[in-house]
Design a protein around this ligand. Structure first.
Ligand SMILES: *[C@@H]1O[C@H](CO)[C@@H](O)[C@H](O)[C@H]1NC(C)=O
Ligand SMILES: *[C@@H]1O[C@H](CO)[C@@H](O)[C@H](O)[C@H]1NC(C)=O
Ligand SMILES: *[C@@H]1O[C@H](CO)[C@@H](O)[C@H](O)[C@H]1NC(C)=O
Ligand SMILES: *[C@@H]1O[C@H](CO)[C@@H](O)[C@H](O)[C@H]1NC(C)=O
Ligand SMILES: *[C@@H]1O[C@H](CO)[C@@H](O)[C@H](O)[C@H]1NC(C)=O
Ligand SMILES: *[C@@H]1O[C@H](CO)[C@@H](O)[C@H](O)[C@H]1NC(C)=O
Length: 462
């Protein structure tokens, strides 16, 4: 595994330096390494993280039918990931071409194997047949009818409606990307889309679902809220249905009178109201009260020693966080921290941690408070995420300047076709997040941020 990582790094480094025209002297490459590199560069087949299947055509070019201008990503796999999240003008992505200098081209629905030609250093992939087919577009229930999920959540169906804003980069997303790669989840029904919503963090309140896949394979958009009236989508977005969560069970927000609790199996917990513990969660559950959350910890077989109970559910509907370690405990209204008696706590040092305690600054609006109110999931990941979110909000408020994570086209000579360079339609101008830079492949990001687009088109070897 380590070898694989190193190899990727080396490839990225070599290609990056090549592209920057300050070539590093690459070490002689052994043939064994070549095999590994070959395997990495172009996998036999690939399934994206949201479930889109690709067939690959290694050492082949598949020119024409650009869905958008090419951009840079660190691997063919990442190129296919982008394809699976692409929202084009009325359709998604149906294939990719990845060139080993890290350029990625997305193909529209006209693409096929017909134009494939042998070419070294270039690899094509096509979405497997049927994966981008339109799903059942009928509204699953009457407009404005109400329903309940098996966990008791009540929701209202809005047929033919879309929620135009309330987008964020959800914690369940593997990375935060800029438009047109913002969405992630693929669902095959409105209810499946809602199931993604229920498991999301922070709290998801609604979804918009596009069965026809006109907004791409990523056709399920969780929402942090919804307005009084929902919008009718433009025809380029096809049919959309939305569901708004309109009732949740009542969660007990009172701090227990006793600061001790004996849970199932005679396990004693010490309860600290208004506090949370910033460590790795082992399990996330929905619970109505702190006692049943502690019971869940007591009966867990994963070494649970403490819980954070988020009575506000601002961190997500799954509001009971089981933890297997303890760490610095922070103050946080609405949260209750309980720990098994006898578990040692490190001395707390809330000021130096860079953790959310500093987030209560005066220039935060309600939305940014929502980011910090929920318990932190995972020490490093959680803090990084929340710090990133706060930064993002501040940046967004102060400086609207956006960084593109892709660069203008290099001519795809000798097959240069007309590029569809229309900006893709967005649900709102709200999707783009500047967090992308932090999660991107380092080499590609570095290059992409390294200044202005290169003026000279990069010719392909002929
Ligand atoms: C795909 O791209 C080609 C070339 O840009 C264009 O002629 C074709 O109409 C596009 N197909 C669709 C379905 O947009
Ligand atoms: C393309 O490459 C394959 C395998 O390497 C080979 O069998 C085939 O003849 C090549 N096609 C052309 C047109 O060169
Ligand atoms: C991708 O392939 C897997 C395994 O064959 C299949 O279960 C899944 O449904 C496919 N995805 C799509 C979107 O069809
Ligand atoms: C902790 O929660 C995150 C976010 O929900 C989840 O992805 C991860 O799998 C959880 N960790 C463990 C060890 O279960
Ligand atoms: C605590 O929550 C559990 C489920 O989450 C519920 O079954 C139980 O009745 C609740 N107890 C009280 C006292 O509300
Ligand atoms: C806590 O759980 C995580 C994820 O399951 C695991 O990697 C870690 O080793 C566990 N820590 C302890 C102290 O058991």
């Amino acid at each position: 595994m380590r070898l694989v990582v190193l190899q990727t790094g080396l490839i990225a480094l070599v290609w990056t330096s090549g592209a920057l025209a300050t070539p590093l002297v690459a070490e002689p490459i052994e043939s064994r390494d070549l095999d590994i590199r070959q395997m990495l560069k172009c996998p036999d087949k690939y399934t994206s993280k949201n479930g889109l299947n690709f067939t690959t055509y290694c050492e082949k070019n598949n020119p024409w039918n650009d869905a958008m201008e090419p951009f840079q990503v660190g691997s063919m796999q990442e190129c296919m990931e982008r394809c699976s999240r692409y929202w084009g003008k009325g359709e998604g992505c149906f294939g990719v071409v990845w060139r080993e200098d890290n350029y990625c081209w997305l193909r529209n629905s006209t693409t096929s194997t017909r134009n494939m030609v042998n070419d070294t250093g270039i690899h094509a992939a096509l979405v497997e047949n049927g994966n981008m087919n339109s799903l059942n577009e009928d509204c699953p229930a009457d407009h404005l009818s109400t329903h309940t999920l098996d966990n008791g959540l009540g929701y209202t169906v809005h047929c033919g409606k879309v929620i135009g804003t309330f987008d964020i980069c959800w914690q369940g997303y593997p990375s935060c990307n800029q438009s047109p790669f913002v969405g992630f989840y693929h669902a095959e029904s409105l209810e499946e889309c809602l199931q993604f919503c229920v498991k999301e963090h922070p709290l998801c309140r609604a979804v918009s679902y596009n069965p026809g896949l006109e907004i791409g394979f990523a056709n399920c958009w969780p929402k942090t809220g919804f307005g009084n009236t929902l919008d009718t989508p433009p025809s380029s977005m096809g049919v959309l249905h939305s569901a708004t969560i309109t009732s949740m069970d009542r969660v007990d927000t009172n701090c227990p009178k006793e600061d001790k609790y004996t849970a199932t199996g005679n396990k004693n917990f010490e309860i600290h109201c208004g506090q949370l513990n910033t460590v790795t969660n082992i399990t996330l559950l929905h619970r109505q009260n702190i006692t049943s959350c502690m019971d869940a910890c007591a009966t867990s077989d994963k070494g649970c020693v403490g819980v954070v109970f988020d009575s506000s559910m601002q961190g997500g509907y799954q509001n009971c966080y089981l933890q297997n370690t303890t760490s610095v405990v922070l103050d946080q209204a609405q949260a209750t921290y309980a720990v098994l008696s006898g578990t040692s706590l490190p001395s707390s040092a809330p000021s130096g941690t860079g953790a959310p305690s500093g987030g209560g600054g005066n220039n935060n609006d309600d939305s940014s408070k929502a980011w910090i109110a929920g318990p932190v999931i995972g020490s490093v990941a959680g803090i990084v995420f929340i710090a990133g979110a706060l930064l993002w909000w501040r940046k967004r408020k102060n400086a609207p300047a956006k960084q593109l994570d892709y660069m203008p086209a290099h001519a795809y000579s000798p097959y240069q076709g007309q590029m569809a360079n229309m900006p893709p339609t967005e649900l709102s101008g709200d999707h783009a997040t500047e967090m992308a830079a932090g999660t991107e492949n380092k080499a590609a990001t570095k290059y992409a941020h390294n200044g202005t687009p290169k003026p000279a088109p990069q010719e392909l070897p002929t």
